[in-house]
Design a protein around this ligand. Structure first.
Ligand code: ADP
Ligand code: MG
Length: 334
């Protein structure tokens, strides 16, 4: 059974000046142990997807489609059940989560707290588990007695990962979880997270605007633009030879590690992603596309298969899977 299954998810915020269709029909699924990197410039809808999975969106937000975590329907479940899923089924590590540690409590206690609350164990047993978790994320046992301010940024991020792992979730969503960290520390923390999830068969969705980080850590890469997936496939291959011009521009933007100015504007791409409430017609990327064709401003472009395991939403992508099927059918009929 998939650890996470998202089927035609659409999320529309209610803005003061009208509706904001932030996510416009995305689907993907992850088996236990799968790792998916979700990339895209700021404003493409990545965090909205993450928030939808744990139903953390504002109350008046319109959400349609289906989200199954371990087979359970998130959008229709009772609040009591949802609370259980949030603790034991799925965890989210947000950007800046490391500032959410309580400054006046020792680290060990903060990791132990959810374990005491949500599993029927003694405080002593929970603290023992906390120390084990700390050692798994590379923090020595004596650190359990430290306060958050005594830790470096990288160590605090490790504490957040230990907390995400505390109740043995089936799914972890890390939303820009390491973006604030130094590049070297970022790589260390992500490798660690990747190792832990594969060891335990946890499904991981890692969200970042930085494609190189994701290509390095995740098996699958999905690229979002204007609320939709524009490409999904094996991450190393997508990173090296993206089929969608937007994904290609993002890949080209990220080999130069650590240059924030460069990162704001992917190479060769002028402008910004569109405002979701004023999307261009046709392919939403066409006004910025370096290889735009006439039909791109009017055509509806859905994901098509470049290969059975690789899809991109661009008219220039030859639908190879369809071609193969058609050929096979023709041969079969002959
Ligand atoms: P990303 O994580 O890729 O940067 P987000 O999911 O945060 O993208 O945002 C997608 C779009 O939804 C943006 O246009 C953003 O302004 C809008 N948005 C996000 N949260 C809200 C909200 N609570 N109310 C209204 N609009 C929102
Ligand atoms: Mg975000």
């Amino acid at each position: 059974m998939p650890a996470l299954e998202i089927d035609d998810l659409r999320v529309t915020y209610r803005g003061s000046r009208g509706d904001i269709p932030a996510v416009r029909g995305i689907s993907f699924s992850l088996e236990p142990g799968d790792t998916l990197g979700l990339a895209g410039e700021s404003g493409c809808g990545k965090s909205t997807v993450a928030a939808a999975v744990l139903r953390l969106l504002p109350a008046d937000t319109e959400v349609t489609g289906r989200i199954l975590v371990d087979g359970e329907d998130i959008l229709t479940m009772s609040f009591g059940k949802l609370r259980a899923v949030r603790w034991a089924g799925a965890s989210i590590v947000f950007q800046g989560a490391m500032h959410s540690l309580n400054p006046v409590h020792r680290i060990g206690r903060q990791i132990a707290e959810p374990i005491v609350l949500h599993e029927n164990v003694t405080a002593e047993a929970a603290e023992k588990r906390a120390v084990e978790l700390m050692s798994q994320v590379g923090l020595p046992a004596w650190r359990a007695r430290s306060y958050p301010h005594e830790l470096s940024g990288g160590q605090r991020q490790r504490v957040m990962i230990a907390m995400a792992l505390a109740c043995a979730p089936q799914l972890i969503i890390a939303d820009e979880a390491t973006t604030a960290l130094d590049v070297m520390i970022q790589a260390q923390v992500l490798k660690l997270l990747k190792g832990l999830v594969s060891e335990r068969g946890i499904a991981l969705v890692m969200i970042s605007h930085d494609l190189s980080v994701l290509a390095d850590t995740c098996e699958q890469l999905a690229v979002m633009y204007a609320g939709k997936l524009v490409e999904q496939g094996p991450s190393k291959e997508v990173f090296a030879a993206a089929k969608h011009p937007y994904a290609a521009a993002l890949s080209a933007a990220f080999p130069t590690v650590g240059d924030p100015a460069e990162r704001r504007n992917p190479h060769g791409l002028a402008g910004d992603p569109p405002d979701p409430s004023a999307l261009p017609t046709g392919c939403p990327f066409h006004p910025r596309c370096p290889v735009v064709m006439d039909e791109c401003s009017s055509a509806t472009v859905e994901l098509r298969h470049a290969r059975p395991d690789w899809r991109a939403a661009c008219l220039r992508v030859e639908d190879r899977a369809a071609t193969t099927t058609t050929t096979a059918m023709a041969l079969g009929e002959a």
